[in-house]
Design a binder for this molecule. Sequence first.
Ligand code: HEC
Length: 101
Amino acid sequence: MNTTTKLLAPLAAAALLTGCGASEYSPSITTTPAEMFADGCQSCHGEKGTGKFGLLLRIAGSDEPIEEILEKIEKGGTVMPSFPGINTAQRLALATYIKTL
Ligand code: HEC
C-alpha cells in the first residue's frame, strides 16, 4: 500500500459505512419527528422529503404503507442505512410525519 492509499482507505471505509449499514443517529426523547427527519433523513431524502438527488429519493407524497416505512427505518434498504438508534415509538412518530410530507 502506498501512502495515499493508506490515507484514503479509512476514509473510503467510513464513507461506505455512512452510505449503508447502520446509522449511528440516535435522537433524544425530546427530539420531534421533524427534527429526526432533518437530522437523520434529510441528507439523502432532501428537505421536506422531495429527494436530494433529483426525484430518485423522493419520499414526500409516497403511497407506501406505514408498515413499510417503519421497516425501512428499522432495517434499512439496499443502500439506505438502518436506524437502530430510533426506538419503536420514535419510529412510529417519524413514519407518521413522513406521511404528512
Ligand atoms: C445515506 C442515505 C439515506 C439516508 C440517511 C436515509 N435514506 Fe431512506 N432511502 C435511501 C435510499 C438510497 C433509498 C432507496 C433504495 C434503498 O432501499 O436503499 C431509500 C428509501 C427510503 C424509503 C422507501 C421509499 C420508497 O418509496 O420506496 C423510505 C420510506 C425511506 N427511505 C425513509 C427514510 C427515513 C425515515 C430516513 C431517516 C430516518 C432515511 N430514509 C434516511 C437513502 C437514505
